[in-house]
Ligand binder design. Structure first.
Ligand SMILES: NC(=O)c1ccc[n+]([C@@H]2O[C@H](COP(=O)([O-])OP(=O)(O)OC[C@H]3O[C@@H](n4cnc5c(N)ncnc54)[C@H](O)[C@@H]3O)[C@@H](O)[C@H]2O)c1
Length: 506
């Protein structure tokens, strides 16, 4: 039987080490905090005192709880003071050789039962443990910043890590009030791996000049319920951090096209437009406030331009929703098999642009406006004409779909609008993480919700949005673009074709 973890050593008293120490001492564990920099651990102690004072003032904790927590914290002047710890978590500088030599140094100090864990966010646990005598007691324990608020921790099993070690780390995380998710030691683990789809696909859309970065942000927030748009997020994280992460995951997976980074962020990085920290990235900032670019709209909604709509949908639910919406607005629908000369041809399609829709349906491209029905129809409508759609049809469609609380956007041609292709990529990537057996479906869903703040877990989101739709988007995008980036994961294909939930385990 493994003994319970009671004494925890934390090495590195920076942002992460201090956060980890906080949740450990608050959950009645004794913590020994060490940093090579003289005075750094003491400074962290003062910071924690400050944090607790604020929590007491806000009545989040009592004075007694503060006292007990602080009594659990010991400042280690020498690394040897960590000798009797059951677990040591390192949160030092992100350099492989330094982490490797620390692990070796620790092995000479502690006995064989001590678990050694790394809070690395990008290095391989297998590599960190490679120089150790007992790599089987080394695991990853990846917390997120700020640790007390980000309630998820990835428990990473290196190639040689004993599974029981991970079980102990899982149990400890639960005691500390965190949600542990188990993952194999692969580039980006779960969260930084699953998070590749949102930013890279948004960048791809921008690089295809489909619409502006600020409209992509607006569409994704309104349509899919993200708290932040991808460009707001890139600016917040800083391109000096996010671009290298994109490149690192891409290269570690041997240039897998699903993770392909984009020259746009490389250029901003070169031009030192790093985001909020330099007051300019995609957006500009004044006094830390984002300045939204003012765009003059190309089209305005104009009433009574067309008398009738001819509707083409690929799913019955879209037909029901759109025909009801049009009827409520007293707009006539032409139910004939082919549109007439003056009808607005409204197409609710998936994974194709308006030109391919015109070809597929053999209808006049001058009358076409496509609409994205995948996201939240009550909050956002995205319209896509062909290159030669007559203005009167675009302005009529804008009039039909603009409402007081709901903006309609006209974008340039795109395989899969904006929301469709971003959501399809998120679901597909998560399905592929499940297919690779990196983590369980439940852990992937929980990790992404808690770690990235998405409104749904990515695999359960596929079911909710409609797995047939997600598969169709990816199949069409692959067929038309010939870009292997969009090829559907076998996980998604098999479950969709067998009409099983995407949560169905292998
Ligand atoms: N900052 C984040 O958002 C974040 C999130 C998840 C994981 N991480 C990972 O956590 C680790 C620490 O990150 P951070 O942001 O807290 O860094 P930080 O720079 O705030 O703190 C690192 C601390 O480690 C100390 N240190 C460096 N080398 C040491 C050594 N050999 N022995 C003892 N102490 C040493 C430094 O003096 C410093 O106080 C890194 O591996 C990082 O990748 C960071």
């Amino acid at each position: 039987m493994n003994k319970e973890i009671q004494k925890i050593g934390v090495i590195g008293a920076g942002i992460m080490g201090t956060g980890i120490a906080q949740i450990a001492i608050q959950s009645q564990h004794e913590v020994y905090l060490f940093d090579v920099q003289p005075g750094a651990a003491k400074q962290a102690q003062a910071k924690l005192q400050d944090t607790f004072n604020k929590l007491v003032a806000k009545q989040k904790i009592t004075e007694q709880q503060m006292g007990e927590a602080l009594n659990n914290l010991h400042i280690a002047e020498e690394i040897e003071a960590l000798q009797h710890c059951d677990l040591i978590i390192e949160a030092i500088v992100e350099k492989l050789e330094i982490k490797q030599s620390l692990m070796k140094q620790l092995e000479a100090i502690v006995d064989e039962s001590t678990i050694l864990a790394s809070n690395t966010s990008s290095l391989s646990i297998t590599a960190i443990a490679a120089e150790c005598k007992h790599p089987e007691r080394v695991a990853g324990y990846h917390f997120f910043n700020p640790v007390p608020l980000m309630k998820v921790v990835e428990v990473i099993q290196g190639l040689r890590t004993r599974p029981e070690i991970c079980n102990q780390l899982v149990a400890l995380a639960q005691k500390m009030g965190h949600c542990p998710v188990r993952t194999k030691d692969t580039p980006g683990f779960i969260i930084n791996h699953a998070g590749r789809a949102y930013g890279t696909e948004a960048l791809k859309i921008l690089s295809e000049n489909v619409t502006s970065f600020s409209e992509i942000d607006q569409i994704l927030k309104a349509s899919l319920g993200f708290k932040m748009g991808p460009f707001e997020l890139l600016d917040l994280t800083g391109l000096d951090v996010s671009h290298p992460v994109m490149e690192s995951v891409y290269n570690q997976y041997y240039q897998e096209p699903r993770y392909r980074p984009n020259v746009l962020t490389q250029q901003l990085l070169t031009g030192k437009k790093l985001g909020r920290k330099t007051s300019e990235g995609f957006y500009r900032y004044m006094d830390q406030q984002k300045l939204d670019p003012v765009l003059s709209p190309k089209y305005s909604p104009i009433r009574h331009q067309v008398k009738r709509v001819w509707l083409s949908t690929e799913f019955q639910s879209d037909f029901t929703q759109l025909s009801q919406y049009l009827s409520e607005r007293l707009i006539l629908i032409n139910h004939e098999s082919k549109p007439s000369k003056n009808d607005l041809i409204l197409i609710a399609n998936y994974g194709e642009d308006a030109t391919h829709a015109a070809q597929r349906l053999d209808v006049n491209p001058e009358q076409i406006v496509c609409i994205d029905m995948l996201g939240n129809f009550d909050r956002c409508r995205t319209l896509m004409p062909t290159l030669i759609t007559q203005r009167k049809y675009i302005e009529a469609a804008l009039d039909i779909f603009t409402q007081a609380e709901c903006k309609a956007y006209v974008i340039q041609e795109s395989l899969g609008f904006v929301a469709q292709r971003v959501l399809a990529m998120i679901v597909n990537l998560a399905c592929d993480i499940a297919q690779q057996n990196i983590a369980s479906v439940d852990d992937i869903n929980a990790a992404v919700k808690l770690g990235l703040g998405y409104p749904h877990g990515p695999i359960e989101w596929g079911d909710a949005a409609g797995r047939e739709k997600i598969l169709l988007i990816l199949e069409r995008m692959t067929a038309i673009s010939h870009d292997p980036r969009y090829r559907p994961s076998p996980w998604l294909q098999r479950r969709t074709k067998l009409n099983l939930s995407l949560n169905t385990p292998a």
